[in-house]
Structure formats: structure tokens, C-alpha cells
Design a protein around this ligand. Structure first.
Ligand SMILES: NC(=O)c1ccc[n+]([C@@H]2O[C@H](COP(=O)([O-])OP(=O)(O)OC[C@H]3O[C@@H](n4cnc5c(N)ncnc54)[C@H](O)[C@@H]3O)[C@@H](O)[C@H]2O)c1
Length: 254
């Protein structure tokens, strides 16, 4: 994997912790220069510093993906610093911290899931498009088994993730001739977000791994990162519009 992303610049949203951080670390080890775009300044700066310690160039940009101006500014800052954008990973997402029944979903919960996930991804793709076209780049959007399988207690979150998949497939068709590949990862990994969910609803852990072939929750950097590197590299140049679950076999797409 070493060197597979040499010379490339990756923007990773929500990379201040968890899956985004794992992807950023793995991409940096593969030679990419990473932009850590997160609304949590402390953790985002910390991750950028960690990447520098790995010997990689990194930039933290404060970015709230619910605000178009904030996204535009993140893209401008990335270009100013690195001069190009090759990879966009739309990873930032918020969701209720406890499972919520369909009948208990409020407008606020629905908005939270769609603003951060679906609309944030849509806006970032629009803002980055001309630069990805110039670099013949890659988009990797993060969806979820909660959407693929329609998990109980996660209706708005799962729906936002399925909306991201629909957007990704349309963009893959529209942007293929521009040289931009758009793919989707559905991860399962031990992020701080998942740790909080399991603290509040321990019964979820069994549900996450019951019947799962590999029988464990993955590691953000070791299990999810390499899948993102693959989808950002030349190795996957003939793959677009595809959903790749990195979840120990929890979801098998037929
Ligand atoms: N961890 C899993 O098992 C799992 C499973 C399925 C899908 N996912 C998806 O993977 C992605 C990462 O999940 P995670 O578990 O690492 O989450 P997490 O909650 O641990 O981390 C999310 C990160 O996103 C940032 N963020 C949140 N809202 C933001 C905003 N408006 N603007 C900018 N940054 C924002 C947070 O500051 C944080 O750094 C999400 O899209 C999530 O839905 C994760």
C-alpha cells in the first residue's frame, strides 16, 4: 500500500476521530497529503499533528458541513495550501446517540441526519467537482449498513445514508466521462461515536456482530483505512458507483 497515493491530496471530512481519522492515517501512510476537515478544532488539529509526526504534510481546516460557506472555504484553503484536490472523502455525519423508534423521530433528528450526512456530502461534492475534474480524482462517500439493511431504531440515519448512496450513483454516471470515480464504503468500526452508542445501548453490540461472519467490530485504521486507500488509488480505476461494505460481512449486497 505504501506509495499508492503518492502526490495526491485528500480532503477527509469528520477526520478528527474514528473512521475519518483511520482513513486519514492510512491515506497519509500511502503517501497522500491530507486535509482534516472537521468542526471539532481540538481533535482535528491533533490528527493533523499526528499525520505530521508520520512524516506527512497535513492541514487542518475548521469546517461545518452543514454550512455551504464553510465547505467553500475549506475547498479554497485546501487549494491554497496544496494546489490541488485528488480525493474527497465525505465521512462527517451526526445521528441520535440512542436508538430511536420511527414514531419517536422529531424533525430535529431527521434534519440532523440529513443536514450533516446527505446535504453535507452533496454540497462538498458540488464544491470540489471542478478540482476533481482537473485532477481526474475520486470521491468516496460513507454510507452504512443501517441504511442497506434498514436497521430498527435508525430510520432517519439509515435513510440519509441511502440518500448518499443514490447521490453517489447518479454522480458516478454523470462524472465518469470527466474521469471522476465515485464509490461508497459502508464501514463497521470501533470509533468514539460507536463507543458512545454502545455505552448507552449495550444490546446493540450483539446486534452488530450476531450472525456476522467475521464476528468482530473492525478497526478504523487497520480495517477501514486500506479499503479507502484502494478506492482512492489507481488499483480501483475501473470501479465506480459501487458500494463496498467493510463490515466483516454484516451486509452482503445481492
Ligand atoms: N463506526 C461505524 O461502525 C460506522 C458504521 C456505519 C457507518 N459509519 C459512518 O462512518 C462515518 C464516521 O463514523 P464514526 O463512527 O467515525 O463517527 P464519530 O462520531 O466517531 O466521528 C464523526 C466525526 O465527524 C465530525 N463531524 C460531525 N458533524 C460534523 C459537521 N457538521 N461538520 C464537520 N465535521 C463533523 C465529528 O467532529 C467527528 O470528528 C460516518 O459517516 C458514519 O455514519 C460508521
Amino acid at each position: 500500500m505504501k506509495g499508492k497515493l503518492e502526490g495526491k491530496v485528500a480532503i477527509i471530512t469528520g477526520a478528527g476521530q474514528g473512521v475519518g481519522k483511520g482513513i486519514a492515517r492510512c491515506m497519509a501512510k500511502a503517501g497522500a497529503r491530507c486535509v482534516i476537515a472537521d468542526f471539532n478544532e481540538k481533535s482535528g488539529r491533533q490528527v493533523a499533528a499526528e499525520l505530521e509526526e508520520l512524516g506527512s504534510e497535513a492541514l487542518f481546516v475548521h469546517c461545518d458541513v452543514t454550512q455551504r460557506a464553510s465547505i467553500d472555504s475549506a475547498v479554497t484553503q485546501s487549494l491554497k495550501f496544496f494546489g490541488r484536490i485528488d480525493i474527497l472523502v465525505n465521512n462527517a455525519q451526526r445521528a441520535p446517540l440512542t436508538p430511536t423508534a420511527v414514531m419517536d423521530h422529531t424533525d430535529e433528528i431527521i434534519d440532523l441526519c440529513f443536514e450533516t450526512g446527505f446535504r453535507g456530502t452533496f454540497r462538498f461534492m458540488q464544491a470540489a467537482y471542478p478540482h476533481l475534474k482537473a485532477s481526474q480524482g475520486n470521491v468516496i462517500n460513507i454510507a452504512s449498513g443501517a441504511g442497506l439493511d434498514g436497521l430498527a431504531g435508525q430510520a432517519a440515519y439509515g435513510a440519509a445514508k441511502e440518500a448518499i448512496r443514490a447521490l453517489s450513483k447518479s454522480a458516478a454516471r454523470e462524472w465518469g466521462r470527466d474521469g471522476i470515480n465515485v464509490n461508497i464504503i459502508c464501514p463497521l468500526a470501533n470509533s468514539p461515536g460507536v463507543a458512545t452508542l454502545l455505552e448507552r445501548a449495550p444490546e446493540m453490540e450483539k446486534r452488530m456482530t450476531a450472525g456476522q461472519p467475521l464476528g468482530r467490530i473492525g478497526d478504523c485504521e487497520e480495517d477501514i483505512g486500506p479499503v479507502a486507500v484502494f478506492l482512492a488509488s489507481e488499483d480501483s480505476r475501473y470501479v465506480t458507483g459501487h458500494t463496498l461494505p467493510a463490515d466483516g460481512g454484516s451486509s452482503m449486497i445481492r
